[in-house]
Ligand binder design. Structure first.
Ligand SMILES: [Cu+2]
Ligand SMILES: [Zn+2]
Length: 184
């Protein structure tokens, strides 16, 4: 028992000294009240960002585009439009999460799917968004869940190359760094 406790403590201390974490609390567009949350974690600039999350109260069995958009929301305005365009520091075209850095926006995270209860479970690993590298950092930006599927830039619609034709912004939340968790 003591050994287990010491092991957990050591792991905790190790991570507490090296990991960067951020959270986003998700609200339905322009409505008060939480509908979910995301947690982001990254060990260092060369390791991927792990994204875990849950969103409830979505339509059942539907596919939704997910992106990091450029601007944070101010505290009292839960309007997802205020997040601006997709986070795109390198001026590239919109693409799917599986594209390389020259063929997607840094903020392009592909699609997530709701189950029959309207619950979306998020478990994503991505090596292009960053918490450590400032140019690609998603902190103090906004994650946005869309009404429709993101076509990855390949749908042939007029907005496929900018937004993936993912439609309206259903829910969003600003990504806030958890400063207490890291010290290099
Ligand atoms: Cu978006
Ligand atoms: Zn994009």
């Amino acid at each position: 028992m003591l050994i287990l406790f010491l092991t957990i403590s050591l792991v905790y201390v190790h991570y507490a000294q090296s990991i960067m974490t951020a959270v986003a609390k998700i609200h339905l567009d322009s409505k008060d009240g939480l509908t979910g949350f995301f947690i982001f974690a990254q060990m260092n600039e060369n390791s991927p960002v792990i994204i875990k999350g849950n969103i409830w109260n979505m339509p059942p069995n539907t596919v939704h585009g997910l992106h990091v958009h450029e601007h944070p929301l101010s505290n009292d305005v839960l309007n997802c439009t205020a997040a601006g365009s997709h986070f795109n520091p390198y001026g590239t075209s919109h693409g799917s999460i599986t594209e390389d850095i020259n063929h997607r926006h840094v903020g392009d995270l592909g699609n997530v799917t709701s189950n029959s209860n309207g619950h979306i479970h998020i478990d994503i690993k991505d090596s292009i968004i960053q918490l450590c590298n400032a140019t690609q950092s998603i902190t103090n930006r906004t994650i946005v869940l869309h009404a429709m599927r993101d076509d990855g830039g390949k749908g042939g619609f007029s907005d496929s190359n900018t937004t993936g034709n993912a439609g309206a912004r259903l829910a969003c939340g600003t990504i806030v760094l958890q400063k207490a968790w890291f010290k290099q």
